[in-house]
Design a protein around this ligand. Structure first.
Ligand SMILES: C[S@@+](CC[C@H](N)C(=O)[O-])C[C@H]1O[C@@H](n2cnc3c(N)ncnc32)[C@H](O)[C@@H]1O
Length: 210
């Protein structure tokens, strides 16, 4: 009997097509994409189906999330195409990544992760990505950001307060601080894309040997 451990994260239904449109401009050739903080796995299976030429590698430190990802892969009949999720906590540097993935990697995507984790996870994300990625490879973040320390909408302000009520160390990050961490680890901020519902996609590109 196959257990159905699928979780349903409603935001994924609303943002997946818009994020997919961004990915379609960035993913230009065959290879693998590592997703960090994949959550339920709903994005993973949708992007695997939308971009059949690539291999979508999900990951999450949370066992329940990894079980959900496994179930989504089975439910969508992608077992032959899509690898099983890997256990990856950005703070455990160097990240333990299968060699096959390293050799075919095009870049990293992390959706709605850095504001639902403490700031040290943002620092670790860029440190780990900086060690893993080679020149020209991308790191894409999606989520809400403050710009010049200002919220971009009242709803983001309210959301930020609600995050901080759940955990003192969570909260919407200031884009300039995030990009400082990117630069320290050899990334250029290539593009800032405004997305629906006061979110952003931030495209970083590794441009140095570090
Ligand atoms: C708000 S959920 C977003 C999940 C999914 N990306 C989405 O958009 O639905 C944040 C995810 O980040 C993961 N996460 C939290 N801390 C992390 C860490 N230190 N390293 C990697 N992932 C982490 C959580 O387990 C969770 O799955």
């Amino acid at each position: 009997m196959i257990l159905d451990n699928r979780l349903f994260f409603p935001a994924t239904q609303r943002n997946r097509d818009f994020i997919g449109d961004v990915l379609s401009k960035i993913i230009k050739k065959d290879g693998s994409v590592l997703e960090i903080g994949s959550g339920s796995g709903e994005h993973g299976v949708v992007f695997q189906k939308r971009f059949p030429e690539i291999i979508w590698q999900t990951s999450d430190p949370d066992l329940l999330h990894r079980k959900s990802i496994v179930s989504w892969i089975e439910y969508e009949d992608l077992k032959k195409k899509m690898p099983q999720p890997i256990k990856l906590d950005v703070k455990n540097i160097p990240w333990k990544i299968p060699l096959k993935l390293i050799n075919s990697l095009l870049g990293i995507v992390s959706i709605n992760m850095i504001h639902v984790a403490d700031w040290s996870c943002t620092i670790a994300l860029f440190k780990g990505a900086g060690k893993l990625l080679k020149n020209g490879q991308f790191l894409i973040l999606y989520g809400p950001f403050k710009i010049n320390h200002e919220h971009t909408s009242q709803s983001n302000h309210i959301f930020d307060n609600s995050l901080k009520m759940q955990n003192d160390f969570w909260g919407i990050r200031n884009l300039e601080n995030v990009t400082d961490e990117a630069k320290k680890n050899g990334f250029l901020q290539e593009e800032i894309i405004r997305m629906p519902a006061n979110n952003f996609s931030i495209i970083y590109r590794k441009n140095c040997c570090k």
